[in-house]
Design a protein around this ligand. Structure first.
Ligand code: PXP
Length: 240
């Protein structure tokens, strides 16, 4: 069964809209786990636009299943990760002006910085996943650098405007997964997945973990977090 990591960043986005105390992502994490989440994913951004240092530390104490921390290669954030010790660290690209993470980490262009961050995380005993595009060269280098997993980004699949484009992206995701598995990497996926488009992704042989945020948090606003997570688990299970 594929693991579902629920990304609760946008619970904190709503809190920060008022710079208030609620809604608290720690409460959301508890409800997500009660709804069947296999793990909780959070992104501590350098600009702290949603999740902050206090959230990361409290969530580390609260989430006893799997805490996946997304982070950039910035020294300051890597230091926090090494101290907090999430169960898994996912390195992602980060640009100040973007609304959300745009595209995968260019491991080839930023090899030295990625290797340096990975070395520090490994020394702290933290397994590293690299968020990359469905690109064989990026996946191959991820393995060479010592990643235990790749999170293959599904944005182009999620945003495809025609059925032909959707199938093309799906094929690319399939091919990338098979290649990553042949190298011995674990395969995760995420970005833009929702209740309607998740089934095809969940059917790709070898995918072990999906990280889904915006669609679950959006539904949770209307039907509650537990139910929103349960319904996503059903959508994933229906694919098998
Ligand atoms: N995986 C990664 C690496 C991400 O950066 C994000 C967005 O924060 C997600 C998954 C979740 O994407 P979405 O919110 O579109 O479900």
């Amino acid at each position: 069964m594929i693991r579902l990591g629920v990304n609760i960043d946008h619970v904190a986005t709503l809190r920060q809209a008022r710079r208030a105390l609620e809604p608290d992502p720690v409460h959301a994490a508890v409800l997500a786990i009660l709804g069947g989440a296999d793990g909780i994913t959070i992104h501590l951004r350098e600009d702290r636009r949603h999740i902050n240092d206090r959230d990361v530390r409290l969530l580390r104490q609260t989430v006893t299943t799997l805490l996946n921390l997304e982070l950039s290669v910035a020294d300051e954030i890597v230091t926090i990760a090494c101290d907090v010790k999430p169960d898994q660290a996912t390195l992602v690209p980060e640009k100040r002006e973007e609304v959300t993470t745009e595209g995968g980490l260019d491991v080839i262009a930023h090899q030295a910085a990625v290797a340096k961050a990975m070395k520090r995380l490994h020394k702290a005993g933290i397994g590293v996943s690299l968020f990359v595009d469905p690109d064989l060269a990026q996946i191959e280098l991820s393995k060479k650098l010592g990643a235990k997993a790749v999170e293959i980004q599904t944005a182009r699949y999620s945003e495809a405007k025609s059925e032909a484009d959707r199938l093309k992206e799906l094929n690319l995701l399939q091919e990338s997964t098979a290649f990553a598995k042949s190298l011995g990497l674990h395969v995760h996926m995420g970005h833009g997945l929702n209740y309607c488009n998740v089934a095809a992704i969940a059917q790709i042989p070898g995918v072990e973990e999906l990280n889904i945020g915006h669609s679950i948090v959006s539904r949770a606003l209307l039907v509650g977090m537990e139910r929103a997570v349960r319904e996503m688990k059903v959508a994933i299970r229906a694919a098998h």
